[in-house]
Design a protein around this ligand. Sequence first.
Ligand SMILES: NC(=O)c1ccc[n+]([C@@H]2O[C@H](COP(=O)([O-])OP(=O)(O)OC[C@H]3O[C@@H](n4cnc5c(N)ncnc54)[C@H](OP(=O)(O)O)[C@@H]3O)[C@@H](O)[C@H]2O)c1
Length: 226
Amino acid sequence: MPNVLITGANRGLGLEFVRSFAADGWRVHACARNIEKAKKVKALSGDVICHKLDVTNGLKVASLARELADEPLDLLINNAGVYGPRTGFGETDYEEWASVLQVNTMAPLRVVERFVGVLEKSAGKTIVNISSRMGSIASNSSGSSYIYRSSKAALNMVTRGLSVDLGPKGFTVISFHPGWVQTDMGGESADIPAEDSIAGMRKVIAGLTPEDNGKFFNYDGSEIDW
Ligand SMILES: NC(=O)c1ccc[n+]([C@@H]2O[C@H](COP(=O)([O-])OP(=O)(O)OC[C@H]3O[C@@H](n4cnc5c(N)ncnc54)[C@H](OP(=O)(O)O)[C@@H]3O)[C@@H](O)[C@H]2O)c1
């Protein structure tokens, strides 16, 4: 069966990704920065291997990549993310902005740079960056949320760059909007439960072809303007 590595796997969308892939027999490398307390992911049945990983810790990312060097990785899901302070124009906290960029934008590229060797050995060669419609420049008609929006817009640029650099080596790299989802980040009044978001994204992932390299998808498979 194929292998997948998921960051931020202890709750929310990450946890549901783990549950879903493991239920279908995949080997799942589930990463969480506080794995000792990640009871829900540890309790899942199936071929789930838990790793402690704060995605902003470059040394730890590199050492995990070395640890998994002999195991081809078909799919990498850069899921870990933070919203940051929900502030409007005039209230921007610049230190918090830098922290959000570390998690949402810089860490996904770092993970790809460290894991590209193990991804290259696989049949799948697929990289999925969990972005957000909030990062679509074309869709921004409501302003505000500068920190989160800019971090995901920059992540989308990382996706496009990776698609150009890695596409010729057989990779497919995409960004996803997972929907507005009922998680700690999305809140209780969000549109859909995590199960629906993950089912939709998994269907899209399963149907990806080389022509999809460098695209920005909604969880239902429709494309989103950058
Ligand atoms: N929910 C939505 O409506 C929605 C919409 C659009 C996009 N998204 C995106 O979907 C992804 C998952 O979001 P979610 O809704 O599942 O959010 P969530 O419930 O808040 O979960 C976020 C996950 O990211 C992890 N994380 C944060 N910083 C980390 C770090 N430095 N290292 C490792 N893990 C870290 C968290 O770990 P801890 O438990 O240790 O904090 C947690 O597992 C995010 O990228 C988010 O931006 C969500």
